[in-house]
Design a protein around this ligand. Structure first.
Ligand SMILES: Nc1ncnc2c1ncn2[C@@H]1O[C@H](COP(=O)(O)OP(=O)(O)OP(=O)(O)O)[C@@H](O)[C@H]1O
Length: 259
């Protein structure tokens, strides 16, 4: 069953057409990476998928229902978005931020209860942020903040998580930690993961499916073996590459060639 279906979606910023006739189906429980050159429209697509932006044309269906008809609170119970650069200027503690993930489940004046705190604690444990619980969000590092924002998304208890370059601020250890965490959520809870990522090798290693976007259009979609080909990558990124199997990770490995 498809949890997200995109049909003929087009989107522009003013007169600038950014997404052009995008159609794609996202299967429930899949781990999907969206790759493509800078400015190709990946973040814009994620924001359309989360109903933050309204397409000029085309439709998006969430579990069979047109996303336009899904109330924001209901949408937040199903989809969590981890944006690219989350700016938080307020003096909230890390725990306050993660608790915000519980908002969709609360009435207007309803306080968080024990079960909310349990879920929040669990989300912080999973993202290795529990030790930051009482720290002020503006006083932690970029990488720590990234993990806190992912913890907030987990506290929403969504069936789909959309993440925009979640590993961009992270050192290699934390990159792998976050991707392993996403894989664990995917495998153990069946959470559908849709991640925009620049590292093609990591995308190949973790994904069931890869979507390659260039100039606002889908150039290839399918298994890593199908999408990460010399031809597709050289065309999309305008560089020469060689692609091998990595014997350690048993996944495709791309090397740019300077010629
Ligand atoms: N708010 C905006 N207003 C106008 N143009 C925008 C806006 N946001 C993005 N764009 C433009 O739309 C195009 C697609 O941007 P988008 O951020 O979706 O690309 P991306 O593939 O996520 O890029 P990157 O890999 O660099 O993060 C770019 O040309 C960008 O300059």
């Amino acid at each position: 069953m498809y949890t997200l279906e995109v049909k003929d979606l087009s989107f522009s910023y003013g007169k600038k057409a950014v997404l052009k006739n995008i159609s794609l189906n996202i299967e429930k429980g899949n781990f999907i990476s969206i790759i493509g050159p800078n400015g190709s429209g990946k973040s814009t697509l994620l924001k359309n998928l989360n109903n933050l932006y309204k397409p000029d044309n085309g439709s998006i269906f969430l579990d069979g229902l047109n996303i336009k008809k899904v109330k924001p609170r209901e949408l937040a119970m199903k989809i969590a978005l981890v944006p690219q650069n989350t700016v938080i200027d307020y003096d909230f503690t890390v725990e306050d931020i993660v608790l915000m993930g519980r908002h969709p489940y609360k009435g207007r004046f309803q306080k968080e209860d024990e079960s909310d705190y349990r879920i929040v604690n669990e989300a912080m444990e999973m993202t290795n942020t529990l030790y930051l619980k009482d720290r002020i969000i503006t006083e932690i590092s970029g990488g720590e903040r990234q993990r806190v924002i992912i913890a907030k998304a987990l506290a929403q208890n969504p069936s789909i998580i959309l993440l925009d370059e979640p590993t961009s601020h992270l050192d290699i250890n934390h990159q792998i930690e976050i991707l392993n965490l996403l894989r664990k959520l995917n495998q153990e809870k069946g959470t559908t993961i849709v991640v925009v990522i620049h590292d093609i090798n990591l995308a190949s290693r973790y994904s069931d499916e890869i979507i390659l976007i260039k100039d606002g259009q889908i150039k290839a979609t399918g298994s890593p073996q199908k999408v990460i080909t010399k031809e597709n990558i050289e065309f999309a990124y305008n560089i020469n590459v060689e692609i091998d199997m990595n014997k350690y990770s048993n996944s495709l490995y791309l090397t740019p060639i300077n010629e």
